[in-house]
Design a protein around this ligand. Structure first.
Ligand SMILES: NC(=O)C1=CN([C@@H]2O[C@H](COP(=O)(O)OP(=O)(O)OC[C@H]3O[C@@H](n4cnc5c(N)ncnc54)[C@H](O)[C@@H]3O)[C@@H](O)[C@H]2O)C=CC1
Ligand SMILES: NCC(=O)COP(=O)(O)O
Length: 339
C-alpha cells in the first residue's frame, strides 16, 4: 500500500523579511515537494510577491477547508490568515499588523497540528521585536508554541549533519545566565534532549554536557557552577540510564563532537551552542523544538532584512527544515504503527 506523504504546514514568518521568498524557492525543489504535502499559512499578497521575486512561477491555490491535497506541479497551496495592506509589507519595516500576522500564522499552524490535521510544522523566520510590539509577549516561536501546546518544558536544539546543540537557556541576557543554570534546568534539558534525539534521530544518543566557565571552572578559581550544579545533574542523568558525560570544557569539546564522539551537545547558553553550529551549518542548519507534543522545525537564520526583496537569500535551511519535519513525522508514524 502506498503511504500518504506527511502533511507539513509551513508558516510564512515575517512577511517583510525573506520568509516568502525562501518558501517559494524551497517548494521549487523536487526533493522538498516529494517529501511531503505542504500547506503554507500566511498572507497571499506577500506569498505572490515572493513567487514573482524568485521567478519560481508558482500559481497559488488558496485552501480554506481541504488542506493537504497532493498539490499539482507548479502550485503552492496557501491558507490565508491575513490580507495585509501595502504599507504593512514594506521590506525590513515590520508594523504592528505584520507582527500580528506572524502570531496568527503560528497559532493557526499549531492548531492544525494539535487537531491532527497536520503532521508537523516548519517555520520561516520572525522578528521577535515586531511580535512583541504587536502585543504578543514571547521571546520567540519556542515559548509561544510551548504555551499553545501546553508543554511544560521545551528545549531549543539546532541540528546539522555534523553537530546538534541543545540549549539550557535560550534568549537571555548573558548576565542572567548563571542564575538560570540550575540543577533542575540542566537535568531536564539532558532528559528532553536524550528522549527526543533517541526518538527522532539516533538511538541511545551520547550526550556531552558543557561547562559554563572556562576550563570547567579551573577547580573553583573561575566559578563553581560545574561542581555545584552541572556535575550533579550529569550524575543524576546517568543514574537514569542516559549516556551523558560532563561537564566538559566548551573550547575543546566541539572538536571531538564534530568528529563523532557525541550525538548531541547540551550547551549552557545561546551563543555557546549557536556559534559553532552556524560556523558549520549556517546554510543548512535546522532549529527543532524538543519537548512539544507536536513536530516543529525552523530555519536557523533570521529575517535577513538586508536581503529581503532581492531574491538572493539562500533557501537551504528552509528546505532542510521542511524535510526534517517530514522525516520526523515519518518516524512518529512508524512508532505508532500507522500505515
Ligand atoms: N527562526 C527565527 O525566527 C529566527 C529569527 N531571528 C530574528 O531575525 C532578526 C534578524 O536577526 P539577525 O541576528 O540579524 O540574523 P539574520 O540571520 O537575519 O542575519 C544575519 C546575517 O545573515 C545573513 N542571512 C540570514 N539569512 C540568510 C539566508 N537565508 N541566506 C543568506 N544570508 C542570510 C543576513 O543577510 C545577515 O547578513 C531578529 O529579529 C531575530 O530575532 C533570528 C534567528 C532565528
Ligand atoms: N537563535 C534562534 C532563534 O532565534 C529561534 O527562535 P525561535 O523563534 O525558534 O524561538
Amino acid at each position: 500500500m502506498q503511504m500518504k506523504k506527511p502533511r507539513i504546514v509551513i508558516t510564512m514568518g515575517d512577511p517583510t523579511g525573506v520568509g516568502p521568498e525562501i518558501i517559494a524557492k524551497a517548494l521549487a525543489d523536487p526533493a522538498v515537494r516529494e517529501c511531503c504535502r505542504h500547506l503554507v499559512v500566511g498572507d497571499e499578497f506577500a506569498m505572490s510577491r515572493g513567487i514573482a521575486l524568485t521567478g519560481t512561477g508558482f500559481r497559488i491555490e488558496t485552501s480554506e477547508s481541504v488542506p493537504f491535497e497532493e498539490p499539482a506541479d507548479g502550485v503552492i497551496t496557501l491558507r490565508k490568515v491575513t490580507s495585509l495592506s501595502a504599507e504593512d509589507l514594506c521590506y525590513g519595516q515590520p508594523t504592528i499588523a505584520s507582527g500580528d500576522a506572524v502570531f496568527r500564522s503560528i497559532c493557526h499552524a499549531a492548531d492544525l497540528c494539535l487537531k491532527g490535521e497536520a503532521d508537523g510544522m516548519a517555520t520561516a523566520p520572525i522578528n521577535k521585536g515586531a511580535l512583541n510590539r504587536a502585543g504578543h509577549r514571547y521571546p520567540g516561536h519556542t515559548e509561544l508554541l510551548a504555551e499553545l501546546t501546553g508543554a511544560d518544558r521545551v528545549v531549543m536544539m539546532l541540528a546539522g549533519a555534523r553537530l546538534r546543540v541543545a540549549l539550557v537557556t535560550i534568549h537571555e541576557a548573558l548576565v542572567r545566565v548563571p542564575a538560570l543554570v540550575t540543577f533542575e534546568q540542566v537535568l531536564e534539558t539532558i532528559r528532553i534532549t536524550h528522549r527526543d534525539v533517541h526518538r527522532y534521530f539516533t538511538r541511545n544518543p551520547r550526550i556531552a554536557v558543557l561547562a559554563l566557565n572556562p576550563h570547567c571552572g579551573e577547580g573553583g578559581m573561575f566559578g563553581d557552577e560545574e561542581s555545584r550544579i552541572i556535575a550533579p545533574a550529569v550524575q543524576a542523568a546517568r543514574q537514569e540510564g542516559i549516556d551523558a558525560t560532563g561537564p566538559l570544557s566548551a573550547d575543546t569539546l566541539f572538536h571531538f563532537a564534530v568528529h563523532g564522539a557525541y550525538d548531541a551537545v547540551v550547551c549552557m547558553y545561546h551563543d555557546q551552542g549557536l556559534i559553532p553550529l552556524k560556523l558549520l551549518h549556517f546554510d543548512d542548519g535546522v532549529n527543532v523544538t524538543l519537548g512539544l507534543p507536536i513536530i516543529r522545525t525552523s530555519v536557523d537564520h533570521g529575517t535577513a532584512y538586508d536581503l529581503a526583496g532581492t531574491g538572493k537569500a539562500s533557501a537551504e535551511s528552509m528546505k532542510a527544515a521542511i524535510m526534517m519535519a517530514a522525516a520526523m513525522a515519518g518516524s512518529r508514524r512508524e512508532e505508532s504503527g500507522a500505515p
